[in-house]
Design a protein around this ligand. Sequence first.
Ligand code: GTP
Ligand code: MG
Length: 603
Amino acid sequence: MTTSIDLRETISDKPLIGLFRLMRDFRLIYLGAALSLGVAAAARSGTYLLLGQFADNILGGETAAQSLPLVALGFLGLAGVTGVFTFISGTLAARTSESIAQRLRNYIYDHIQRLTFSYHDQTKTGELIQRSTSDIDAVRRFFAEQAIGAGRIFLLFIVNLAALLYLNWQLALYSIVVVPFTVLMSFFFFRQVSKAYEAYQEQDAVLSNTLQENLTGVRVVKAFARQAFERDKFDVENWEKFTRGKRLLLMHSLYWPISDILTGGQMLAGFTIGAIMAINGDISVGTYLSYAGMVIWIIWPIRNLGRLIVQMSSGMVSFKRITKVIQQEREPLCEGDYTPADCLRGQIIFENVSFAYEEDNPVLQDINFRCEPGQIVALIGSTGSGKTTLANLLPRFYEYTSGRITLDGVELKRYPRNYLRGQIGVVEQEPFLFSRTIRENITYGIDREVSEDEIITAAKAAAVHESITSFPNEYDTLVGEKGVTLSGGQKQRLAIARTIIKDPCILILDDATSSVDIETETEIRAALEGLMEDRTTFIIAHRIQSVMIADLIIVLDGGRVVQIGSHEELLSQEGAYRKIFDIQTRIEAELEKEIASVEKLAS
Ligand code: GTP
Ligand code: MG
């Protein structure tokens, strides 16, 4: 099943309506399931009518031998029909519910990937995992058990009531006195269980989030020897889940005895009244027997109606939670009316650009600069000064809040996001690699065929080819959990190779060589110089050596540009850049002196 349908048109703030719309393509199958149930219910009632008829015939003087073969055949036939149609309805319902769940799961996964960067910044991974797993499972149960259950209850009730009315209308009416009470009670419990289930699911999300974070950060936990602390933290959350689960169970288990008393009383009253009527001769013994069989099947739906309404609450609460995610705005990837036919030239102008992740807390303020096609722009500044944030504006990961950015003379907002992201290569500050092979990681996101030579050339340019060939499986080595654990520098260099293969028009290197030694950095820089030729490149770095080759160096501090110019220009001025330069050269000189003295001592 594809995910081409847009479920956002389907969902509704009212979960029942949303759930009903979700069945859109499966209504016929569902109708089939309901009809099969109806047939099964009618066949079962028929069995009891036949039983009554048989008893009356015998009591009326007929011999068992006369009618037994026919009656036996009738029983067998009716039992067969009941069985077959119950099976058909179960199969159809299961197929529908699995299909809906599968479709919903695919949709949610696809949708989550399209949500904005800010949504992901604010939302915990554990919660999204829970939406895609246990909440969807509750919706699946809703369709597999509760929706079809509602049909079964309705049909059993109607069919049996009709049969009872046919049998004896007074008896029939006595048997349903309890219905309004059960319905009222069910709704009371429905509200209570909904609340309890919502609280339970919320805590479930907290727990899966705690688990997810601790597993991701297991190294930190071990390194700080905080296992006991984390265990206790988990224990507290787990205890809370247990308490909420207990409350939920209490609600369920309170419901049963109360409903048993109600329906049990009803059944007893029915039997007694029926017996009195039979003794008085108002009804035949056969009718009484039929009644006794059928009344069970009218009490059963009444009793289960309550349970069903109570259980439905979980499907509805879960669906409400899924709805909240589905209602989130997607990042409009194709929005924008300007898509140049050729590669971007790479002229970038920032005019009074400001940006804030959260309102009233600007992270970038009044940024102004201009770079020509093919130039290298370097961003330098203390940590938290806004370098990454500035670079993230270019592929439209975030939208600037005021001012104007133009790319090749066209406002950036006019370029569709997916076009920009295809043209701009970013080597992220903390690159993420998938648990796939090294080859798959290097060629990630490339649609065309990539030759082995190309992969090796890229790896060589990123100075990672030798590390790769030192692994037994070379380029087929698995990265991550089931394979090798790469060092920080190796990860960065793989990310560089991945970007080299992408061959983008604009290059952003966010601290791309921070985890490699100076020698390797020189090697990579030499290789990248070839790549940077003719493409506008943004280099973010802390080392002066990495930025001095740039045509334009921007010094950021607290989200503002404090200095701008070439290396020579900035050195000739008083200011932050010269201070950084002085400190770094002094450290290097001291280091050299130390090394020289150690060497002297050694000789
Ligand atoms: P280094 O990489 O450490 O050198 O810093 P940087 O200059 O790249 O800083 P960055 O642009 O990452 O962050 C600038 C400011 O924005 C910091 O104060 C961060 O706390 C803040 N910031 C970064 N990312 C987010 C985000 O996703 N949400 C919010 N609310 N703030 C963020
Ligand atoms: Mg950064």
